[in-house]
Design a protein around this ligand. Structure first.
Ligand code: NAD
Ligand code: LMR
Length: 328
């Protein structure tokens, strides 16, 4: 029995992500929450012949509480997306408050749920979530995840285009750090199976992984940012969290977590100088069971990228913490 909740379920990510969760055989209840149209999306999905019972909630009639009650996993793609010319940090003003409000609801109604934050800027919204949960006395760092899977998915795809690998999903490439521009650091030297990237193609490849989001924002030309690839990536991560909760072993995926609360995280925090960071996480019934240190084995080129990552990340993290501790 798994109750999954999508907060922001009527949006560009929320709808396809909800569709994917509806066909997950482990999910027995799927609650869709949004400020608009969630009952309609829920009714539509409820006609699909899979186990999950689907319900839709709006803010009225205590809808957030109803949606969250008894939840095992809450996925949050609520908030505004970028338009051309914007950075993810430009979304902070609106999305910080949205995420704060939703996490307050989680703290009250389902504090033991796995929480998967998709809303940007992830580098700041996850620290906000942590602070809100801490203030409510219910913070379990093993259960709070910033979803950075799209960066991994992109790295797999773009590397396969270069190496000729027919199925990009056969590649396992750690992408670490944060989720914006230079804070995104792909570690091609640690790809499994190993890959050989021609040196003249390396910089462009790194840049494409770091700015893949901008590629989509530009192509959509004002109509938003990545939605379908994000729904795929968000589902891939949520499915792993659910399978790990059910006892499946060997499930590893990078995620942006609060390192001091995860086994192995202290060593990574020491190496990076930041408390929040994305590294490959071994998942289990308690959530993030182990943070895998891929930082210390980065090659010299990757170490240079990591320096730039740390600089950007620290500011994004403290901005989130400051917002949560001293709301405007
Ligand atoms: P969208 O505008 O299509 O959908 C967002 C939805 O959130 C809307 O349906 C809106 O009504 C809803 N919403 C707004 N306030 C809410 C609230 N308080 N409670 C519940 N729902 C609320 O946007 P989108 O394209 O789906 O993107 C959503 C977010 O995901 C953006 O912040 C975007 O930047 C981010 N994103 C993150 C990643 C990642 O890799 N982590 C990738 C793509 C997009
Ligand atoms: C992405 O990486 O596609 C998302 O973070 C959305 C964005 O704003 O680029």
């Amino acid at each position: 029995m798994v109750k999954a909740v999508v907060a922001g379920a009527a949006g560009g990510i929320g709808q396809p992500l909800s569709l994917l969760l509806k066909q997950n055989q482990h999910v027995t209840e799927l609650a869709l929450y949004d400020v608009v149209n969630s009952p309609g999306v829920a009714t539509d999905l409820s006609h699909i012949s899979s186990p999950a019972k689907v319900t839709g909630y709006l803010p009225k009639d205590d809808g957030l509480a109803q949606a969250l009650k008894g939840a095992d996993i809450v996925v949050i793609p609520a908030g505004i997306p970028r338009k051309p010319g914007m950075t993810r940090d430009d979304l902070f003003k609106i999305n910080a408050g949205i995420v704060k409000g939703l996490i307050e609801g989680i703290a009250q109604h389902c504090p033991k749920a796995y929480i998967l934050v998709i809303s940007n800027p992830v580098n700041s919204t996850v620290p906000i979530a942590a602070e809100v949960l801490k203030a409510a006395g219910v913070f379990d760092p093993k259960k709070l995840f910033g979803v950075t899977t799209l960066d991994v998915v992109r790295a797999e795809t773009f590397v396969a285009e270069i190496t000729g690998e027919k199925n990009p999903a056969n590649l396992n490439i750690p992408v670490i750090g944060g989720h914006s521009g230079e804070t995104i650091v792909p570690l091609f030297s640690q790809a499994k199976p190993s890959v050989s990237i021609p040196s003249e193609k390396l910089d462009a490849l790194v840049n494409r992984v770091q700015f893949g989001g901008d590629e989509v924002v530009k192509a959509k030309d004002g109509a938003g940012s990545a939605t379908l690839s994000m729904a795929y990536a968000g589902y891939r991560f949520a499915d792993k969290v659910i399978r790990a909760a059910k006892g499946e072993k060997g499930l590893i995926e990078p995620s942006f977590v609060y390192l001091p609360g995860v086994e192995g995280g202290d060593a990574v925090a020491k190496a990076t100088g930041t408390e929040f960071f994305s590294v490959p996480i071994e998942l289990g019934p308690s959530g993030a069971e182990k943070a895998i240190d891929v930082v210390s084995s980065a090659n010299d080129h990757e170490k240079k990228l990591l320096q730039a990552c740390y600089e950007g990340l620290k500011g994004n993290i403290s901005k989130g913490v400051e917002f949560a501790q001293n709301p405007p």
